[in-house]
Design a protein. Structure first.
Lengths: 488, 474
């Protein structure tokens, strides 16, 4: 097995045992990137100097006998929506093409303190709006399993990089499924923590009440490992919860027998590809073998999640993206302007892509006088109903199950003429963000030769139980560790 | 068809916190441009707000002082609009759930009591500043962006410019008493925006509301309101069409001028701030704030009249500043003569403080020292004339009255033994006056008294001098 094929945990063990150095690990992924990145196009920025410096520093400390954090020396990538001091952060948009943040996001600080070398910033749908990474202003990222297909989105670059072994783990962000869906399409694990579990300070905001940062990893243990490092209350983010933070890795072991899993009827029926449904039901059968009782459960308001999301998210985004006006940073129009309104309008029209402009316009509309009550306020109420469905379901079940996406990875350009159909693909993931729940995607088979992910949902702050069940499934089901034929 | 004035006032006050509303940047005034900024207050992508607890406390304090109820639960909201000095192109403010609401202030205007309802007192952040250069370039400065602002909104209960003026003066005094704002309008620490229209009480017909901006002093507010009432009445009489407008006050031309015609008011698309969770003010906090309220200006003024027997004028002057009132009370407590204490504080102390540009808190003469001086005058140990000189010396050196008098050999000479030889000498040197007095012209004694005072450098006790002279003259 190549060094770059190891999981983060396996590499960490080798590093701890001094079998391999961090510098070697960085070199290994660097070579791998050189070999496959031409095809995959996962990165917008590669940061080898930074990575090598960090790796060298970690190696020195280890050589000096220092006890190091578990992830020390393990190279990783960041979705380009997360601020890195001194390193260009574009959010996949021309409006931030040359933006260099003056500060590090909290998660970057925590990973830095943990000694992890950053190898690059990953491609994404512009401002995290999209489900295929095709909305990136810069390049198209390809799915390592089939280079003619999308890696999913909006964290497509992060997912492709991990699936293609171009790094050992990556961080993405998830507002409506943007970690889980690319995780599913690229055959890896994608975890969206509970809203409030991980700090959003330094995460360029799309929809403030829905966004969360989370790991994309090669297996469930790695996800737990990363969560251990990035989770926790942050005084700089008022929406992080001051809750107990268990050791998520330690929580992995333990029997799952006796747990109850609810298969969500509304999300497993009509509109789901038969091949996908098949994988999901087979996964439920595996869980039954482990002693988990699986039954059907209904979420009566699930069908409203899509319209609800597409009122709330654009509304918040229209406000969050108002700051991009060319005054302090970002693209400023070179055209002659009459006044500041003109300058703002031209800069934004030039800098934002069509999907972003569409959502800003929609969001402005639903917040405007005369429509606020009918749309935004109403959507907030529907959101409460959706959350209550989950609360009721979790009274009877420990976890819930459903697909991540209705189909496996589709072809690049397949939805170009029908953006609505692309959005319909989010129906399984959206409700989770509306309810603020933790959820992950774990590989559960293949349909038409393409990876399919099982989505597992848990009650708020129950990541430990979520990860334990997913880990037990993964170890028993045997899909873990499958690699795409990339670069072979 | 008698229309009556209908005026509401919105006041914004910068709060005296050390740091900004949503980040730790300093609120200090007057430093290098853009030196007090961070990702949060300059709207850098990925930044998030964190609430300044002291700012919340200050608004609770003010709201409670104005008779408002603190909301058990309140939220911040985004007010969305585009402007270069607004770093995020939205301002975090409060909309549907303000921190406090439902108070009142009673004013006294021309002997009449006027009740003004306070609709709400809430919290928001200030914007930066734009500068426009002659060549057409504009600059933006964000040191002020994010400074905590308290907004006090009244119901449109005012019916005259005089009432508005009284309100602003009282509000300013309250802000200073509570220590929540310097309320210095010239520095922009307090801004007032009146909304003016005319209403027919019988029919309910009204002229469209006009909001007036760009008012840098209470005087300007008074003038602007008076002008606007007149302008609207003129337009009404001439049956001119009128629209809802924002007008700016021009000090140079002493008139209001159109800034913005607003057929309908601007749509700020308010929605609850998703980056901040709702805030709950529990009963214990509200109770503590209420218990810790200091005595407010109005109550203090009234008490100075009843407790110290001071005239209303004195009470007004002394309570203009809380520190001055505190100083006065410290003096009056042990001086034995409240009116005398008042005179000294309003007079010589204030004069010298102004001359040396010092605040009361920095007064070289402590309250105890001044009280001592007043007591000494009362006991006849020095004349008021002398006392003025002694006080100046006390102010200059920080010494106490007895020390200074001892050092300079001052002190009322009221020892008969000391005075008798001097009187004898004066009598022998002023034979004419003596003769004049003895022949019935009593006013001649004045010359003799003057001579004794001169001989004793003004330190002789005038009463005793008179007594002894009479005795000597027979």
């Amino acid at each position: 097995m190549e060094l770059f094929e190891l999981t983060a945990y396996e590499l960490a063990q080798k590093l701890a045992a001094r079998e391999v150095s961090s510098r070697e690990a960085v070199a290994a992924v660097r070579d791998r990137v050189a070999a496959v990145e031409g095809d995959v196009q996962a990165f917008l920025l590669q940061t080898w100097e930074v990575a090598e410096a960090k790796a060298a520093a970690v190696d020195e400390r280890r050589a000096a006998g220092e006890a190091l954090p578990p992830l020390a020396g393990v190279p990783y990538a960041l979705k380009d929506v997360i601020c890195t001091r001194g390193l260009r952060t574009t959010c996949g948009s021309r409006i931030l093409e040359r933006f260099v943040p003056p500060y590090d996001a909290t998660v970057v600080e925590r990973l830095g303190a943990a000694g992890t070398p950053l190898v690059g910033k990953a491609n994404m749908d512009e401002f995290a709006m999209g489900s295929s990474t095709e909305n990136s202003a810069f390049q198209v990222t390809r799915n390592p399993w089939d280079l003619e297909r999308v890696p999913g989105g909006s964290s497509g670059g992060s997912a492709a990089a991990v699936a293609g072994d171009e790094c050992f783990f990556a961080l993405g962000s998830d507002t409506g499924g943007s970690i889980r869906q690319p995780g599913s399409m690229c055959g890896i694990v994608g975890l969206k923590p509970t809203y409030g579990r991980v700090s959003r300070y330094g995460l360029v905001a799309y929809a403030s009440s829905l966004d969360q940062i989370g790991p994309l990893t090669k297996d469930v243990r790695d996800a737990a490992l990363v969560l251990n490092t990035i989770a926790g209350h942050d005084p700089r983010d008022s929406t992080t919860a001051a809750v107990e933070r268990p050791d998520f890795v330690a929580a992995l072991d333990g029997s799952v027998a006796g747990l109850k899993a609810g298969i969500i009827t509304e999300l497993t029926g009509k509109g789901i590809d038969p091949g996908v449904r098949d994988c999901v039901l087979k996964a439920a059968a595996v869980l039954e073998e482990l002693g988990v009782r699986c039954e059907e459960v209904q979420l009566p308001h699930a069908e409203y999640a899509l319209p609800c999301y597409y009122v709330i998210a654009p509304a918040e985004c229209s406000s969050n993206l108002a700051r991009y006006d060319g005054v302090r940073y970002g693209h400023r129009t070179q055209q002659p302007v009459e006044d500041f309104v003109d300058m703002f309008a031209k800069s934004r029209a030039e800098g934002f892509g069509p999907e972003v402009r569409l959502r800003i316009v929609k969001g402005t509309y639903v917040l405007s006088k005369g429509y606020y009550d009918a749309f935004y306020l109403k959507a907030l109420k529907v959101r409460t109903l959706i959350k209550r469905d989950f609360d009721r379901a979790f009274e009877r079940f420990d976890v819930l199950l459903c697909p991540v996406a209705p189909t496996p990875a589709f072809r690049i350009g397949e939805h170009a003429d029908d953006p609505l159909s692309l959005k319909l693909g989010d129906i399984c993931t959206l409700p989770v963000n509306l309810a603020g729940l933790p959820a992950l995607s774990v590989p559960c088979g293949f349909a038409d030769g393409l990876p399919v992910g099982l989505q597992v949902l848990a009650p708020p702050f129950a990541e430990a139980a979520l990860l334990r069940l997913a880990h037990a499934y993964e170890q028993h089901a045997g899909w873990v560790g499958r690699k795409p034929p990339l670069g072979r | 068809m008698a229309y009556r004035p209908c005026i509401g006032v919105e006041v914004h006050a910068q709060l005296l916190t050390d740091s900004k509303m949503f980040c730790g940047c300093s609120t200090q005034f007057g430093n290098t441009a853009n030196s007090q900024c961070c990702p949060v207050c300059s709207g850098i992508p990925g930044s998030l707000p964190v609430i300044n607890r002291k700012a919340v406390e200050f608004v609770l304090r003010t709201g409670t002082a104005l008779g408002c109820r603190p909301a058990p639960r309140c939220r911040f909201a985004r007010k969305n609009y585009f402007y270069p000095d607004l770093a995020k192109n939205y301002q975090i403010s409060q909309y549907e759930e303000p921190l406090t609401a439902g108070g009142r202030m009673t004013l006294e205007v021309d002997g009449e009591a006027v009740d003004i309802r306070i609709r709400r007192v809430h919290l928001e952040e200030d914007t930066g500043k734009n500068f426009h250069l002659p060549d057409g370039t504009s600059l933006v400065e964000y040191n002020r962006c994010g400074v905590p602002l308290m907004e006090v909104v009244t119901e449109p209960d005012f019916t005259s410019a005089e009432q508005v003026r009284e309100y602003l003066n009282e509000l300013r005094a309250i802000f200073r008493y509570l220590g929540v704002s310097s309320a210095a309008m010239e520095e922009g620490a307090m801004r007032a925006e009146p909304s003016v229209n005319l209403v027919d009480p019988l029919t309910g017909d009204a002229t469209p509301r006009v909001e007036i901006k760009n008012l840098a002093s209470v005087r300007a507010v008074y003038d602007a309101v008076k002008y606007e009432l007149w302008r609207q009445q003129q337009a009404l009489d001439a049956e001119e069409p009128m629209t809802q407008q924002t007008r700016r006050w021009s000090v140079e031309r002493q008139e209001t001028q159109v800034m913005r015609d607003k057929e309908s008011s601007e749509d700020y698309m308010y929605f609850p701030e998703p980056d901040l969770v709702p805030m709950e003010v529990n009963e214990a906090w509200a109770a503590r704030v209420a218990a810790e309220l200091p005595e407010l200006p109005r109550a203090r003024r009234a008490r100075f009249v009843t407790e110290y027997g001071l005239p209303a004028y004195d009470a007004e002057v002394l309570t203009a500043q809380r520190e001055l009132a505190d100083y006065f009370e410290a003096v009056a407590r042990t001086a034995g003569d409240a009116k005398a204490a008042s005179n000294w504080v309003m007079g010589d102390l204030t004069r010298l403080l102004n001359e040396t540009a010092q605040a009361v808190a920095a007064s070289p003469v402590s309250a105890d020292q001044l009280a001592e001086l007043v007591r000494m005058i009362g006991e006849g140990r020095l004349t008021s004339k002398l006392a003025k000189d002694v006080f100046e010396e006390m102010f200059r050196t920080g010494g106490s009255a007895p020390d200074i008098m001892a050092a300079q050999g001052l002190g009322v000479v009221n020892d008969a033994g000391e005075l008798e030889p001097i009187i004898a000498a004066v009598l022998s040197e002023n034979a004419e006056a003596v003769a004049s007095y003895r022949s019935g012209r009593k006013q001649a004694k004045g010359v003799l008294v003057g001579a004794v005072m001169k001989a004793t450098h003004g330190q002789a006790d005038p009463k005793l001098v008179n007594q002894l002279l009479e005795k000597a003259l027979g």
